[in-house]
Design a protein around this ligand. Sequence first.
Ligand code: UD1
Ligand code: MG
Length: 450
Amino acid sequence: MSGRTCLAIVLAAGEGTRMRSARPKVLHAVAGRSLLGHVLAALRAAGGTGIAVVVGPEREDVAVEARATMPGAQVFVQTERRGTAHAVLAAKAAIEQGADDILVIFGDTPLIRPRTLETLRAAIAGGAAVAVLGFRPADPTGYGRLVTQGAELIAIVEHADATDRERAIALCNGGLMAFDGKIALKILERIGNANRKGEFYLTDAVKIARDMKLKAVALEVTEDEVSGINTKAQLAATEATMQQRLRQAALDAGVTLVAPETVHLAADTRLGKDVTVEPYVVFGPGVTVEEGATIRSFSHLHGAHVGKNAIVGPYARLRPGAKLEADVHIGNFVEVKEALIETGAKANHLSYIGDARVGAGANIGAGTITCNYDGAAKHRTDIGKGAFIGSNSALVAPVTIGDGAYVGSGSVITKDVPADALALGRGQQTVKEGWVKRLRGLKSLGKKKD
Ligand code: UD1
Ligand code: MG
């Protein structure tokens, strides 16, 4: 929005009792990000907005999440839950700072699009004192109804207070509103609580603005954008909608999703051009995959980076801090955590690589384990360029394997191995000629005795 300042007030003081959870509602996650995080991300994308988050008493966890997502956010506590207008006024000090536009957003509507926020603000820039988002839900029970006259919004009537005629109105209040910052406080402070619930309804702002001879408008959006989450079932439905959006965005960006409906993405997953994701892959938060890489079926990635043309899976697990450079191969039943795997290195079968560096072109044999934890502390393993680790080796950290070194299979390596050296860390093989034959003979003798 060119030149205009904006304050967004995010209401997040609700208890969310219908979630039946110890966690506050706005901290539940969709696509790996909290509901509050989604709302704040939409605000950030819309740009140029100061943010005030209204939280309930003793909800330091919500305040922490708000500040973590938006370091500049101001947090206000609504000490008693007395209605949406009362909640907005908890942020009075922020309103008094005098932004041109004031947006009010509920913290439990993660599907809101930045563009919609801009449209609401455009209505205020265009001369309205109050702008409201309307939608037509399949079942309008419980929502405020928008009473209109032509293009004008006359009033919002809450379901509990509506007459039968008003309840027949299909256009409902989505809950998000914008105000002209110059008169917002004057309107908000006139709101009373003479209604069925005895609450201070933000929705009364429309009628009050009209009484002040100011203009109110409604903008219609689709239901998914404004649907608030109250229950675990709605949380799951929202997850499904969000996944569809994320998959579509990935496809539009040139990613190949072989079976899109089976791929689970996080809100911040970044997939480059010509990345192929096979069926049944899960992306937790914080994953980037560069151009041309392939993520094969049944892999689980979280907090990981996959370089160009790398191949991951099937059945691979990349945990936080896994950094794969270009052309790396991580195969089936390989787990990587907090480890840099340099260009072209391979770990194709049944391995754990944690707190490590694997040098360029190194080959990690099947069953190799970096023993990073001694029961008290974590230690690092450093594997040099072009090293070869034979199958079923245990590298007991802290330990360094030099460039080009060769570790014989089945080794337990507890001391550093110099570059280009061969290390065998296993017991000597013993062979007893004819031993089995003799054993069989003893057994058959035993049988004869019976
Ligand atoms: C509200 C609207 C209704 C609209 C509906 C859309 C009002 C009066 N009604 O009703 O017209 O159709 O949303 O979903 O605004 N909150 C606080 N403190 C409070 C009360 C609420 O922070 O004291 C927060 C809640 O956490 C929630 C939001 O405000 O994020 C909305 O409150 P809620 O009780 O869900 O309002 P509804 O009855 O759904
Ligand atoms: Mg609600």
